[in-house]
Design a protein around this ligand. Structure first.
Ligand code: F6R
Length: 245
């Protein structure tokens, strides 16, 4: 099968049962496989649905561990605007995962020793088996902005102006943060399976660059084309520029 596989949905909401099915398949595997979450508006409906599945025991929380892609520098789990805070608000059962160590957050201090300990912890857990991804309008994956080397591991990075502008409403009336700690591109593609979602016309240019442009750090998401088990879910608006390629 070609990788990435690309599936175009009539509506973004159709992705929710597909993403839940991915989680169920993972939870059925032996051990406690590690699931990597992405944050952002793309996954809001999924997290609501996941919370419901977990609350009703339709997905057994004890069968999984979780981590996530990126965090604003200095944003601890309780701090509004942070990624872990967003995940726990969007999917409240994750608060319990966090307390019992089943949800491994990125070290928000960004210190090299903390980052090394985080990477070691993920290795101990067997590495990320399934990674959910969104894509930025500029083609970023996590906070790997255009130009980030494909070989990058966890690191602290400056945020691009487009990324900060997209985050402005979230932090208003404060200014959005300027720095974040992020999984690198090599870290992301080390996951066994990748599922990237992109919805809405604002993503169409980035989606085209990812799937049809050169495989180049200018579009970090183009690296997905070198992964053997990558899957892309688009709505019609996000896929709009593909036909003309
Ligand atoms: C966040 C992340 C980012 C977002 C991307 C899309 O953890 O990894 O790459 O997925 O910026 O954000 P939304 O979904 O808000 O459009």
């Amino acid at each position: 099968m070609n990788s990435p596989s690309v599936r175009i949905l009539n509506h973004a909401s159709e992705a929710v049962p597909l993403l839940l099915a991915e989680v169920r398949t993972l939870a059925a595997r032996p051990g406690r496989p590690l699931l990597g979450f992405a944050t952002g508006g793309t996954f809001t409906a999924f997290f609501r649905a996941l919370a419901d599945e977990l609350a009703h025991g339709r997905i057994d929380a004890g069968r999984l561990c979780a981590t996530h892609l990126d965090e604003y520098l200095g944003f601890g789990p309780e701090r509004f605007g942070g990624m872990v805070h967003e995940l726990c608000e969007g999917c409240p059962p994750l608060r319990d995962w966090l307390l019992r160590g089943a949800f491994v957050p990125l070290p928000h201090d960004g210190a090299p020793a903390s980052i090394a300990a985080h990477a070691a912890r993920l290795r101990e857990l067997g590495g990320v088996q399934l990674q959910f991804l969104g894509i930025g309008r500029n083609g970023h994956l996590a906070f790997n902005e255009p130009g980030t080397p494909f070989g990058s591991g966890f690191h602290v990075t400056d945020l691009a102006e487009t990324t900060r502008n997209d985050a402005r409403a979230r932090f208003s009336p404060q200014e959005p943060p300027t720095r974040a700690v992020t999984s690198g591109l090599a870290t992301i593609v080390a996951a066994k399976r990748l599922v990237l979602c992109a919805f809405g016309g604002k993503k169409a240019t980035a989606v085209r660059a990812m799937l049809r442009g050169p495989i180049d750090p200018a579009c970090p998401a183009s690296l997905l084309r070198q992964h053997p088990d990558a899957h892309v879910l688009l709505d019609r608006a996000a896929a709009a520029d593909l036909a003309s390629a």
